[in-house]
Design a protein around this ligand. Structure first.
Ligand code: BMA
Length: 822
């Protein structure tokens, strides 16, 4: 009798559920779509967009090929409808709360659940959460109608007594580049671009974005934190905090003065450091909320302990602009990032991983997420956290003036809150910046012409409401991150351009100034400067859908979106490089030209450290196959610039200037370590005869820039076009020339090659008896060369690794710059 009683108690106890956690159902199945006026439904993929669905159903041609872009413009003018059905189990229907989460609807959407209109949206950057319990049934239909953006834009436009620069895109909160940019097609998508979920719960639902980790105090021996649980502002239940899977704190109940605030401590904390300056260490932090033994919910996040500050202090020259991480100044090196595809659904985790690996591989430590694109997916920031890449995050406003009516302002206030909250626990977020070039545009691009004083005042006041009030207030209220109003601070032409804030140097390219201009005009922080080149042969073949390399077809020309693009490349090429007539060679030369100009700028900026404290070139990547400023093309191939930027971004850089008869040798050290070694500067002929050399033991202090030599070679006898300058230090070598590339007198000689199979590809060994400049290896086989566009010293063997899944490498080809300067 006693035994059975005990058994009953045990049985009852073990039957008590251990969990009452929220249930999440992803609504990504059974979707169909159609033009609103059509009757036939076709299958759709969610998340996605209407172009991808039309393409998948073979109803349009690939807009990235030839001039198909033109043929698909009708798609954006139509209204589209999506629908799905889904079942909900009885036990889920019984949950106290049932909510639909729309993470991204692009852009004007009317949402119907079981034929009831439940939501109307007008912002692709916002997340919408909606309680739907009263409407849900065991079988449901969700239907979403997307209205063409141009209809709404026309309505908003009609309300204004004046026109705002730049076009109707300003009325719609969505990726601005989709209306066409000087590197991107006009492909204005609509659809469900981020997931839709149904979440059901009884008592607690903890959302990652509503969970904030706040560092209260930091010493070498401990770090004290609070976790703010905005979703559950209560002291009830018990709270467990796990750090790296170890339970380190248990609160049976929260103290009455800590409503929804869970405290914990980490002993001997490890800091998060940017790439190359230390380990980007991340902790796994998890809070579990329990009712007795029953788990109600948990939330976890990675967290890096770091302090990032943008230092803008008046100094003897103007005002500084640099980042301090954990109290140490960091020289920022990197590029501007744009969306990886016009169609976001095509960007896979593999794309993110590969691109961020390429960033790390090129010794970068910062990316600027440019304001005409998107607030990126979590994956992007997770990888930046993991790899130690600092993120300069623009809000999504670019090159325009935006409206300032109450609805618009309220809409973007919500947008800012959604995104700042989503991203605030990421260690990589270094800065929030209001916009890209709006302020410069207003002050310097003629946007004020022919406007009355009142009109100008109104437009500028509306600017200030957003960028001087709403956005900075949101940033200061939510995370502990600095805010910067606009990039650049001043436009070129403003006398303060060089002495204060960040700068965009478009004298190069847009104003046709020679690359040398970059050496004389170094600002405090270069957040944009760039030059275009042609993409890989693979990209060109894709555009033309032909095996031959044709860069003059009408289809191909549509992939140059800058109005003077081809002309500018040609003009600059004539100045410094030979101009090949053959398309394949011209593509190669354009990449050398781009790399030549941009690395000239990077090195000049680094030599000006600490006056200058950052260099981000325009632009890292492409959103479609195109002629553009990118250093990695749409197919993921590194252009010459990416290889050469990798060298120019090395933490310890040897950089020479040659002006008249004077060589100056600089050593720049961005690391926190001292470097010691022998520095040798030598002039050699292309056949390897030494003409002159000098050397000494040197020390390079941590975080320094030092001129190590100033050499006057006036008395030396040599032909400037037949020699190179080699500067060697601790296994590194810098090669410089005394004349422009087109004036070099290089010799012709064979490059001997040997291909050896390796585990993950091939090793290619190369050797030549003469100096070979900018040796370029290429093949139709998909893969990545460990180095490319490199110089070869005479009689030295170079081993290049080609990483590929291919089993053979039969079509390896090679170009050398030597053959162009016979
Ligand atoms: C900068 C960017 C982009 C543009 C690029 C090249 O102004 O902010 O708007 O694509 O220059 O022109």
């Amino acid at each position: 009798m006693r035994y059975s009683y005990l058994f009953l108690i045990l049985f009852a106890f073990s039957c008590q559920p251990k969990y009452d956690v929220p249930v999440t159902i992803e609504l990504n199945q059974n979707w169909e779509f159609k033009k609103v006026n059509d009757t036939v439904w076709k299958s759709a993929i969610v998340p996605g967009n209407v172009f991808s669905d039309l393409l998948e159903n073979k109803l349009i041609e690939d807009p990235f090929i030839n001039d198909n872009e033109e043929k698909v413009q009708w798609v954006s003018q139509e209204d589209w409808e999506y629908k799905t059905t889904f079942s909900v189990k009885e036990e889920t229907l019984e949950k106290k709360n049932l909510e639909l989460n729309f993470e991204g609807l692009d852009a004007y959407a009317s949402v119907y659940l079981n034929d009831s209109l439940i939501l109307k949206t007008n912002n692709a950057f916002r997340e919408f959460d909606l309680i739907v319990k009263p409407l849900l049934k065991p079988e449901n239909e969700l239907r979403i109608v997307f209205e063409s953006t141009s209809k709404q834009e026309a309505i908003e436009k009609a309300k204004l007594p004046y026109e705002l620069p730049e076009g109707d895109r300003i009325f719609t909160r969505k990726a601005q580049f989709q209306y066409g940019w000087d590197w991107g097609p006009k492909l204005n998508t609509s659809g469900i671009w981020r997931p839709i979920k149904l979440v059901g719960w009884n008592d607690i639902h903890l959302r990652k974005e509503n969970t904030q980790i706040k560092l209260r105090q930091l010493t070498d021996s401990k770090a004290d934190f609070n976790i703010l649980l905005e979703d559950y502002p209560s002291t009830e239940y018990s709270y467990e905090v796990y750090v790296n899977d170890t339970l380190i704190q248990l609160h049976k109940k929260l103290p009455s003065d800590m409503i929804g605030v869970v405290s914990f401590q980490i002993k001997n904390p490890k800091l998060w450091w940017p790439h190359n300056l230390g380990e980007p260490y991340l902790y796994d932090i998890k809070v579990v909320v329990k009712d007795g033994k029953k788990i109600l919910d948990s939330v976890s996040t990675k967290y890096g302990i770091r302090d990032i500050e943008l230092v803008t202090e008046k100094d003897s020259i103007g005002e500084s602009f640099y980042f301090k991480v954990n109290g140490k100044p960091v020289y920022a090196k990197g590029a501007n990032y744009i969306p990886q595809n016009s169609f976001q659904d095509k960007v896979t985790n593999t794309h993110y991983e590969k691109l961020l690996d390429d960033v790390v591989d090129a010794n970068m430590n910062m990316l600027r997420v440019w304001g005409g694109g998107i607030y990126e997916n979590d994956m992007f920031y997770d990888l930046c956290d993991e790899k130690g890449i600092l993120v300069w995050q623009d809000f999504m406003f670019a090159c325009a003036m935006y409206p300032g009516d109450d609805d618009f302002l309220e809409n973007l206030k919500q947008e800012a809150e959604d995104n700042v909250k989503r991203l605030r626990n990421h260690a990589s977020i270094a800065l929030w910046c209001g916009n890209n070039e709006n302020s410069e545009g207003w002050h310097r691009w003629g946007w004020q012409a022919n406007r009355s004083e009142e009109e100008k005042e109104e437009i500028w006041n509306n600017y200030l409401k957003v960028f001087d009030s709403i956005l900075p207030n949101t940033v200061s209220k939510l995370p502990d991150t600095d805010y910067w109003e606009s990039s650049p601070k001043y436009g070129r032409g403003n006398p303060k351009y060089k002495i204060e804030g960040d700068a965009h140097d478009w004298w190069i390219w847009h104003d046709s100034y020679p690359f040398e201009h970059l050496e004389e005009n170094v600002p405090r922080f270069m957040s944009e400067f760039g030059f275009q080149s042609f993409p890989s042969y693979e990209a060109i073949r894709y555009i033309n859908q032909s095996d031959s390399i044709d860069i003059s077809s009408e289809g191909f020309k549509n992939h140059q979106k800058h109005i003077r693009g081809f002309e500018l490349i040609d003009d600059y090429m004539k100045r410094d490089f030979p101009v090949p007539t053959n398309a394949e060679d011209y593509v190669y030369m354009s990449q050398l030209l781009q790399a030549y100009g941009i690395t000239k700028g990077i090195e000049a900026q680094r030599r000006a450290k600490p006056y200058n404290m950052g260099t981000l070139y325009w632009q890292l990547n492409d959103c479609w196959p195109a002629v553009s400023w990118s250093s990695i093309d749409f197919m993921g191939n590194w252009k010459a610039l990416h290889y050469k930027a990798k060298q120019s971004f090395e933490d310890v850089l040897i950089s020479n200037t040659i002006k008249g008869d004077i060589i100056e040798t600089f050593l720049i050290n961005d690391s926190f370590q001292i470097e010691e070694g022998y520095l040798k500067v030598e002039i050699r002929t292309f056949n390897n005869d030494s003409i002159w050399s000098i050397g000494k033991n040197i020390k390079v202090s941590p975080f320094s820039k030092d001129k190590k030599y100033r050499i006057n070679f006036d008395g030396l006898e040599f032909n400037k076009d037949e020699v190179y300058l080699a500067t060697k230090f601790n296994g590194k070598i810098a090669i410089d020339f005394f004349v422009k590339p087109k004036d070099l007198k290089l010799y012709q000689a064979e490059i001997h090659q040997r291909i050896i199979k390796s585990d993950d590809g091939f090793t290619i060994e190369l050797q030549s008896e003469t100096f070979q400049k900018d040796v370029f290896l290429y093949s139709k086989t998909k893969g990545h060369f460990s180095d490319n566009f490199f110089d070869m010293l005479p009689n030295k063997t170079y081993a290049i690794h080609f990483k590929t899944d291919a089993k053979s490498l039969d079509d390896l080809e090679l170009k050398t710059f030597n053959t162009f300067v016979r």
